[in-house]
Design a protein around this ligand. Structure first.
Ligand SMILES: Nc1ncnc2c1ncn2[C@@H]1O[C@H](COP(=O)(O)OP(=O)(O)O)[C@@H](O)[C@H]1O
Ligand SMILES: [Mg+2]
Length: 323
């Protein structure tokens, strides 16, 4: 916690927001980054832009929002106090949207965009990229160490390269410090189990999905998406596959070797089976296809809801994502 939010600014922003053009309202916003599901942006006058916001308009009522917030707070507490990951100061605020439903804003201190690992890997030489990924694997192994040691609580984590930033990184750096300090950002999907029971309501995932796909996602993907973040081998494959997305396929071979070396050596007690390049490649193909289809379906849904049914569509969608 520790971040004070400007509720007046957020209320003004929400009132004038056109989710299709978030950047061109009377209170301008600019996009800091897109994830698969959400958009992160900054709001207001240039000199006030020290905060990164994520807007979640998925809740039906305040009870649902409160339940989400308790999982969110507990997740952040687990990651920092129990596991020892670093987060930036954060906070949240909610208000009533135009539709009458609650809208939650999650906020974090904004950091230098180029210090995010998916940016830094384009600026650093090969050796340093390998050291960086080794450091990410080190952070992941802390989470799974906790899971192994704690009999009751099991934490899921999305270890993607774009979810980490390098503390103190300067875009002109070509070497990283001796001890690389990483900060974790993607806390908005608080996946953890207590005595085997998932604490996040999976229905929230489905809220922003196109209504004509909900049944299909529930049937085919939900179980898979909810469980993959608990499996360290899959989380690592996903991390390495990000290098395809980032147009750095020449790193994949080295990274697979690095991960296998790491899991056979210093993290051997976690029992992660060796990974192959083939697994990473086929995972990437399938994953990229799923998200491209999913985004197209959301755009079709937005078209139907706004142009055909003349209703509103509350979600901010990314433009074209390069893969
Ligand atoms: N606090 C922040 N400061 C600056 N940029 C950020 C911040 N948080 C997120 N971003 C940008 O937005 C991207 C997506 O954020 P993330 O929390 O991973 O959301 P998602 O759930 O959509 O993946 C990040 O990869 C980064 O580029
Ligand atoms: Mg992310």
């Amino acid at each position: 916690m520790g971040l004070e939010l400007d509720l007046e600014l957020l209320e003004g922003f929400e009132r004038q927001l056109d989710p299709r053009h978030p950047e061109s309202g009377s209170i301008p916003a600019s996009i800091l980054g897109y994830g698969e599901i959400t958009t992160v942006f900054e709001i207001g006058a240039q000199d006030k832009r020290r905060v990164a916001y994520k807007r979640l308009p998925v809740f039906r009522d305040l009870d649902e929002l409160d339940r989400y917030l308790s999982s969110f707070d507990e997740y952040c507490r687990l990651l920092t106090n129990e596991v020892g990951l670093k987060l930036v100061p954060y906070g949240h605020a909610n208000l009533t949207g135009k539709s009458g439903r609650p809208v939650l804003f999650l906020a974090q201190e904004k950091v230098e965009p180029l210090s995010f690992c998916h940016k830094a890997i384009h600026l650093l030489p090969r050796e340093e990229v390998l050291r960086l990924v080794r450091a990410v694997l080190g952070e992941l192994s802390r989470v799974w160490e906790f899971n192994r040691a704690d009999g009751r609580v099991e934490i899921g984590l999305d270890g993607q390269i774009s979810n980490w930033s390098i503390k103190g990184f300067n875009p002109s750096d070509t070497v990283l410090p001796e001890r690389i300090e990483l900060i974790y950002f993607d806390t908005s999907t608080p996946l953890f189990r207590v005595d085997g029971a998932e604490q996040l309501d999976p229905e929230l995932f489905l809220r922003s999905a196109p209504s004509f796909l909900v049944w299909l996602i529930r049937l085919l993907f939900l179980e898979d998406v909810m469980t993959r973040y608990y499996d360290l081998k899959l989380v690592t494959i996903d991390l390495i596959a990000n290098f395809y997305k980032e147009q750095l396929p020449e790193r994949i071979g080295d990274l697979v070797e690095l991960a296998n070396d790491f899991f056979a050596g210093e993290a051997a007690e976690l029992g992660v089976e060796p990974i192959t390049v083939k697994e990473v490649r086929s995972y990437y193909r399938e994953d990229a296809l799923i998200w491209i289809l999913y985004l197209s379906a959301r755009k079709l849904d937005r078209f139907m809801r706004t142009r055909v049914l003349r209703g509103d569509y509350p979600y901010i969608l990314p433009g074209k994502i390069k893969r």
